[in-house]
Design a protein around this ligand. Structure first.
Ligand SMILES: *Cc1c(COP(=O)(O)O)cnc(C)c1O
Length: 228
């Protein structure tokens, strides 16, 4: 717990430094702690340390952990992984934000999964910054159509874009491209100002390129246990 607390503080200090270096206000940046592979008890510990945003990338683990942790005051769960359409209901039931909407059918499935009276779901459109179609995310050329389609679904609110930096390219150029793609989405949905980018290895570069939401795992949680 002591280590966790000091790692969290150290990362937050680095976030604040990177924000100031970029002429940005650190308070406009949301730091999401990625807790995948770790036990639900880690989420409770993080919550005690003041963390309010946590991220998970696999639906089964996500749903199990949400049930195990129960209601914690102010805690928001971010779903950041590849989503299958047949898991849309389970994801929607537990997530405050879904970062990984990357195709029309997934947007449709999340919309269809809305229960009566359920609040509008915040979603980000995940963009593939690589040339490899097997990586998650919509191709940049198809982003505008996905934005228009998703924006027309009344139970979803398009908040912006999400991406993972490619392995084979410096993060700075990839994140600058993402910033341009965020502008494209805003031609369709002017209020979609969120940019989810930046992980343990590249969050400072992401902040310099305008990221509003960072998804940071191992720098805060320590090494991930093997998936059991
Ligand atoms: C695991 C994961 C992260 C966090 O990765 P770290 O390198 O541990 O910070 C961020 N985003 C996504 C989509 C992930 O799957």
């Amino acid at each position: 717990m002591g280590d966790l607390c000091s790692r969290l503080a150290a990362v937050d200090e680095r976030i604040a430094d990177a924000a100031r270096a970029a002429g940005r206000d650190p308070s406009e940046i949301t730091r999401i702690v990625v807790t995948k592979f770790h036990p639900a008890s880690l989420v409770a510990e993080l919550h005690r340390l003041g963390v309010r945003d946590v991220g998970e990338n696999r639906q089964q683990e996500f749903s199990r952990k949400v049930a195990e942790v129960g209601r914690l005051d102010g805690l928001r769960w971010h779903f950041i992984g590849q989503a299958q359409t047949n898991k849309a209901r389970a994801i929607r039931a537990a997530a405050s934000v879904v970062h990984s909407v990357d195709r029309l059918r997934l947007a449709d499935a999340l919309h269809a999964a809305a229960e009566p009276g359920q609040p509008v779901l915040d979603v980000l459109l995940q963009v593939n910054l690589t040339e490899d179609p097997a990586r998650g995310g919509v191709a940049p050329a198809e982003l505008e159509a996905l934005a228009a389609h998703t924006a027309a679904l009344s139970s979803l609110r398009v908040r912006g874009v999400m991406a993972v930096a490619p392995l084979e390219e410096p993060p700075t150029s990839a994140f600058e491209r993402l910033r341009g793609l965020a502008d494209t989405v805003r031609t369709v949905v002017p209020a979609a100002e969120w940019i989810s980018a930046g992980m343990t290895a590249d969050f400072a570069e992401a902040i310099a390129a305008g990221a509003t939401h960072l998804r940071i795992g191992s720098a805060i949680t320590g090494p991930r246990p093997q998936r059991g």
